[in-house]
Design a protein. Structure first.
Lengths: 664, 325
């Protein structure tokens, strides 16, 4: 049976009409204009170099003043020799294993962001891509999570120093043919250390933890591409492994050193381990079709069913208390097992009709449904000097259900050759149910989502001189899931681009979101605006000037209840920022046919409001060609970061980078 | 050995899936290749004639030479497209008249055409490909952003149609989305300005089933989980906004002045803005999902001012309903 299926699947592959390999085409002299076209010439002229590329390496000097932890959290560029860039292309004139191989690698040798990308292709046979990234994540900002800051202890209890590595491989077979099978594999992993808290009643203790997680993702599928329709079928699976551990064997007074009913609460030993194993299967089916010249159809069906299995263990020693019974104890052992499944289905179907030359009707429906269900058990044993007390096993059960649907229709009319207007309507509806309300919630809750949205837009363009577009949504809701969700909102985006002179191009953008939820007790008032103006000016062949300025404002007011006494309060958030960036590129007077270049500019951010911040990033670059294929590059960057409320987190960094670039 | 009933059903299901695909691929009109090719209609008497790509070379030599290594060169060589040796005219229309007059009015120029008309030109070949499955949801399409705004059709090299280097991709997107790029100049952001990520890692410029043209990961998951797989879950106790509204409910992925790219300067306000319902019995359609605020927390004390110091599994917990561990 399996053999039969395999044979059946392979028949269409074998029957494909192979694209004429470029190598087999006969290079032909260019015929006269009147001659009928002959066989195509070779895509690779024989004079082409088989290897081209560049190698950019150098040394970076770094000097950091102020908070080094914040510098590492924000910039994290260090000092030392660096491979700044490696970029090469190999063209095999005989086209044996590949027609062309492209390799790009950047920022190796100690930088926090290492990347490699490889593309290899043999026309009509395969297309292979590999992408690798290794990114350092360092975060230590006491202003974020330091309950002890008032007592002079500077510690971020949610800090981490980790690396994440992402690898992705994809192999497409027979690209350009009607049937294109493909195979892909991806891995995402993270490891490192950090500080987390171990939480008990009446106190919590910052402890070191080690982090490790890994996700492997496998998928394979086939594209069936025909002239009138296309189908893609994909089957995939993923596995997850997460092992987080927190250990300590030293005395820890925790965040609350005040004795509780006369007794000091502390932690003297902890062994906490999460063993999470997960897997997922997923399927994807896509189709597009244009059975007639005036209609296109699109559809997709996506299904995934991730699940996780939990093995959690915890052993802690010290002095603790159970608040509900005022039971003081010296140790605790907890074990938990749980299993969670989350079937998730998404689908969409739509079409574009062009009944008349100037009118397009676009209709689209989509749905997204997931249902999370978890079951498990937590056993907790309290150890006290007098006797051990076994608590009742606690069931770990929860459910989360979400059904989201959206229906949208839009009509686009080409009023003139230069002006297109559109209008439409979207209806969004759904429901959600959760029984795991956070923090002493009232228990199971369910809510609906009902939203009516009017859509409008226009596009205007006069050739390549001027183009402008406006996009507007006006929504009215009767139900929303969360207090801060979109409710009654207006969303607008406008963009205009104008080629004022042959050497000067201007662009302006404007976006607005105004969201109001007048429900008593919520009274959410949110308004954000972004205005941006940019210009590209090329006053001469030697000089290019790019400039951009953005003004953004954000206002958010919402009622909330002050937790201790449930008194209504107003949460205010403001973020008003000026942002600008510029780059001036100048070709300096040349020598021996070589032209040095100088570029300078940078960016700045000055914001006021709830977290006033300044962030300056000026830079200057000098490129001096020494010989054909050899240049000396230098770059100076300054990072200046300051905060009004958390001045101890400011930093200033000078970075000077110099090196040579070899290119061929 | 008797075959278990379940296994038999699975095989039948598999066969039911595979047979139609194989049969459709073999039997449907258009198979074998070439039978359904959209051969250009023979020009009407007096209409401009097709003259072939070679005719374009003498006047447009730079473009012609660059085109030899361009992916669209395939159009010149593949029979099934129906434009063998006429790749130029597959987009620009019959060039007979233009070849005689050398007048630009006598040839179609997709770059100067209305975006939708130009797109239809491209979609003649590219509609029935997986790339365009999200086209109806694409704001680029609805805002009439032409394919040629991003794709340099004639440019040299197989990777020349669109930029491939991450810095170049970002530069291209930023040329229109200037305000978004300005957000990346803020201190806490994803590492796009450093060239470690690109806009298309998260967004699909051709449109997607997800909000804001987000890429999909593992069929229908958000693209965030491609790199943050440890936050994917599913968790025994989910934090509902993560599933219902996505990461953007609390994070500003393009950049923020607030640590962790949060949408509020202080964590407690972000939590309390949602967890602020009056305690009521379980009801359908409460003012909003989310529990009552934690009554025993004194927010004047620094100990309680960052909720995630204790509720550290804020994205979802495997063992604690209160997201404590």
């Amino acid at each position: 049976m399996k053999l039969l299926l395999a044979l059946l699947l392979s028949i269409p592959l074998l029957a494909q009409d192979a694209a004429a390999p470029a190598a087999q085409t006969t290079p032909a002299p260019a015929p006269a204009a009147s001659e009928a076209p002959a066989a195509s010439p070779s895509p690779t002229p024989s004079t082409e170099q088989w290897l081209t590329g560049s190698l950019d390496f150098g040394y970076r000097f770094a000097s950091v003043g102020g908070s080094n932890d914040t510098y590492r959290s924000v910039v994290n560029l260090g000092q030392g020799p660096r491979l700044l860039g490696l970029d090469f292309t190999v063209v095999d004139p005989k086209k044996r294993l590949f027609d062309r191989l492209d390799v790009r690698a950047y920022n190796w040798g100690g930088d926090p962001y290492n990347t490699v990308h490889v593309d290899a292709a043999k026309r009509g046979i395969y297309d292979f891509n590999f992408d690798y990234r290794d990114i350092a994540y360092f975060n230590f900002l006491p202003s974020f999570a330091d309950p002890l800051l008032g007592s002079g202890i500077v510690l971020d209890e949610n800090s981490y120093d980790t690396r994440r590595r992402m690898s992705d491989f994809q192999l497409d077979l027979f690209p350009g043919h009607r049937i294109v099978p493909y195979f892909a594999y991806g891995r995402d992993s993270g490891h490192g250390t950090g500080i987390t808290t171990f939480e008990t009643d009446a106190n919590e203790y910052p402890v070191y933890d080690s982090l490790f997680d890994k996700t492997d993702n496998y998928r394979a599928g086939v594209h069936l591409e025909f002239n009138r329709y296309h189908i893609t079928l994909e089957q995939g699976g993923a596995t997850l492994r997460e092992d987080q551990q927190a250990n300590t064997s030293t005395f820890n007074a925790g965040n609350n050193p005040v004795p509780f009913f006369g007794q000091q609460l502390d932690l003297t030993g902890l062994a906490q381990a999460y063993g999470i194993r997960g897997d997922s299967i997923y399927s994807k089916g896509l189709f597009t079709a244009d059975p007639v010249s005036w209609a296109d159809f699109y559809g997709q069906f996506l299904y995934s069913r991730p699940e996780t299995n939990v093995n959690y263990s915890q052993l802690n020693e010290g002095s603790f208390v159970v608040l509900s019974s005022l039971l003081f104890y010296t140790g605790e052992q907890a074990l938990a097992f749980a299993e969670t499944k989350e079937p998730h289905t998404s689908a969409s179907f739509g079409f574009e009709l062009r009944p008349w030359k100037r009118i397009r009707i676009v209709e689209n429906w989509m749905t997204d449904r997931l249902h999370t269900a978890a079951a498990g058990l937590l056993t907790d044993m309290i150890l006290s000097p007098a006797a051990s007390v076994q608590t009742t096993p606690l069931p770990l059960t929860s459910a989360l259900v979400m059904n989201y649907n959206q229906e949208q229709i839009e009509v686009l009319v080409d009023v003139t050759r230069k002006l297109t207007v559109r209008g439409g309507y979207r209806y969004v509806w759904g429901d959600a149910e959760t029984d795991a309300a956070l923090i002493a919630g009232p228990g199971p809750e369910s809510s609906d989502l009902r939203q009516n949205v009017g859509l409008a837009g226009a596009t205007f363009r006069t050739g390549q001189k001027l183009s402008a577009s406006v996009d507007f949504e006006d929504a009215s809701s009767s139900h929303a899931y969360f207090r801060t969700s979109l409710y009654n909102y207006q969303k607008m985006r406008a963009r205009a681009r104008y080629q004022a002179l042959s050497k000067l191009a201007l662009q302006a953008t404007f976006s607005l979101l105004n969201n109001q939820n007048p429900t008593p007790g919520i009274n959410y008032d949110f308004l954000s605006r972004q205005n941006s103006l940019s210009a590209t000016w090329i006053p001469s062949k030697r000089i290019t000037v790019l400039g951009e300025y953005t003004r953004s404002t954000l206002r958010s007011n919402i009622n909330y209840l002050e937790p201790e006494f449930l008194i209504p309060e107003l949460s205010l958030y403001r973020d008003n920022a000026h942002g600008a960036s510029a780059l001036v590129d100048v070709a300096l007077p040349g020598y021996a046919g070589l032209t040095p270049r100088l570029a300078f500019g940078g960016s700045l951010l000055v914001s006021s409001g709830s977290r006033p911040t300044t962030y300056y990033q000026p830079l200057a670059r000098l490129n001096v060609p020494l010989h054909k294929g050899l240049s000396w590059n230098s770059e100076y960057r300054y990072y200046g970061y300051g905060e009004v409320f958390y001045s101890y987190e400011g930093f200033r960094a000078h970075l000077l980078q110099t090196g040579v670039k070899l290119s061929r | 050995m008797p075959v278990p009933l379940l296994a038999l059903r699975k095989r039948r299901l598999l066969a039911a899936l595979v047979f139609p695909i194989a049969a459709a691929a073999v039997l449907l009109p258009g198979w074998p290749a070439g039978a359904q090719t959209p051969t250009p209609a023979a020009p009407a008497p007096g209409a401009p004639a097709y003259v072939g790509s070679e005719t374009c070379q003498p006047c447009h030599e730079d473009i012609y030479n660059a085109f030899q290594k361009n992916p669209h060169k395939l159009v010149d060589t593949q029979k099934r497209r129906g434009w063998e040796a006429r790749a130029c005219e597959s987009c620009h229309g019959p060039g007979g008249k233009h070849a005689e007059s050398a007048d630009k009015k006598d040839i179609l120029n997709p770059a100067a055409m209305p975006a939708d008309k130009a797109a239809r030109d491209c979609l003649k070949c590219h509609l029935n490909q997986p790339t365009h499955i999200g086209r109806l949801q694409s704001s680029h399409a609805s805002n009439e952003v032409s394919c040629t705004a991003c794709h340099a059709i004639h440019r040299n090299g197989p990777n020349g149609l669109a930029p491939r280097k991450m810095a170049a991709i970002n530069e291209q997107c930023a040329s229109c989305h200037t305000a978004v790029w300005a957000q990346f100049q803020r201190p806490y952001k994803h590492r796009l300005p450093e060239g470690a990520m690109s806009c298309v890692d998260c967004h699909n410029p051709h449109g997607s089933i997800q909000h804001a043209s987000l890429q999909t990961y593992a069929a229908n998951e958000r693209p965030c989980f491609r790199c943050h797989g440890n936050l994917r879950g599913p968790f025994t106790f989910e934090h509902a906004p993560v599933r219902l509204e996505g990461c953007g409910a609390c994070h500003e992925p393009h950049g923020s002045a607030n640590p962790r790219m949060l949408t509020r300067a202080e964590v407690r306000y972000m939590c309390l803005e949602c967890h602020a319902n009056l305690p009521v019995a379980p009801v359908k359609n409460p003012p909003a999902l989310g529990g009552v605020p934690p009554a025993f927390h004194d927010l004047f004390s620094p100990q309680f001012q960052n909720c995630t110091v204790c509720h550290l599994k804020i994205h979802g917990s495997y063992v604690s309903q209160d997201l404590l561990k």
